[in-house]
Design a binder for this molecule. Structure first.
Ligand SMILES: Cc1cc2nc3c(=O)[nH]c(=O)nc-3n(C[C@H](O)[C@H](O)[C@H](O)COP(=O)(O)OP(=O)(O)OC[C@H]3O[C@@H](n4cnc5c(N)ncnc54)[C@H](O)[C@@H]3O)c2cc1C
Length: 204
């Protein structure tokens, strides 16, 4: 199966990236229409352990799994451009326009772009051209990040988001980096800087 973007990891970073990509459709941008996105997720987001008090706009006491489910529902409500599959990615090979993403259970997906958002606990995905280093923002030792150009690009076509990109372990920071990666990819497609802003319908 071929996708325009394959996102590895469905925590706050990966899902926020997918949500922003999906929201580019249905607004008359020819370069966005018909694009297909895949999230592959093992389902062990750090957010599963959280009860939230400081995520802007989210009611105090919301449980992490509830918030993840809400984001997945929001993605579905927008349109059908995003598929979310359970699975573990073990290998990414290739280059921009021609990536192959391999899962532990033997599926192979092709993609123009790949976004790595599997969190910061370890990075065991076989992937050429990534440099894994200690994560300086982690309060606990042993966490990792992948070096990027300062704007989440690891190399052409390959982006990193969330804690693996070296942002602090806070929901909004991880989600924000996923959004920025989506915007960077959309801007490459559009050939100019893109933002996606919606306004209420005009009154008659
Ligand atoms: C106990 C606890 C409480 C917290 N409380 C708060 C809080 O109150 N407020 C706040 O703002 N933040 C809180 N956080 C932090 C927040 O949960 C993280 O910052 C956020 O989840 C990081 O998002 P992420 O998408 O980068 O990584 P993750 O949430 O870790 O998501 C990564 C996803 O990728 C998947 N994955 C990993 N490897 C693979 C692979 N090879 N193939 C496919 N999928 C893979 C994982 O299973 C996971 O689902 C808390 C964290 C913890 C642990």
């Amino acid at each position: 199966m071929r996708y325009d973007v394959v996102i590895v990891g469905g925590g706050p970073a990966g899902l926020s990236c997918a949500l922003t990509l999906a929201s580019s459709q249905g607004r008359g941008w020819k370069w966005a229409e018909g694009k297909k996105f895949l999230v592959i997720d093992e389902g062990n987001s750090d957010l599963n352990k959280a009860m939230l008090k400081n995520v802007p706009g989210i009611p105090i006491g919301t449980l992490g799994p509830e918030l993840l489910e809400k984001i997945r529902e929001q993605i579905k409500e927008l349109n059908d451009s995003v598929e979310i599959k359970q699975g573990k990615v073990v290998k990414v090979e290739g280059e921009k326009g021609n990536f192959k993403v391999y899962t532990e259970s033997g599926e192979v997906y092709e993609a123009e772009y790949v976004v790595l958002a599997p969190g910061f606990h370890k990075f065991e995905i076989e992937c050429e051209g990534v440099e894994v280093v200690d994560n300086p923002k982690s309060p606990k030792p042993g966490r990792v990040m992948i070096k990027h150009d300062g704007d989440y690009k690891v190399r052409e076509g390959l982006f990193v988001a969330g804690l693996l990109a070296g942002v602090s372990s806070m929901f909004t920071a991880a989600a924000g980096s996923g959004v920025q990666v989506a915007i960077n990819i959309l801007s490459e497609w559009a050939g100019k800087p893109i933002v996606i802003h919606d306004v209420p319908p005009k009154k008659e």
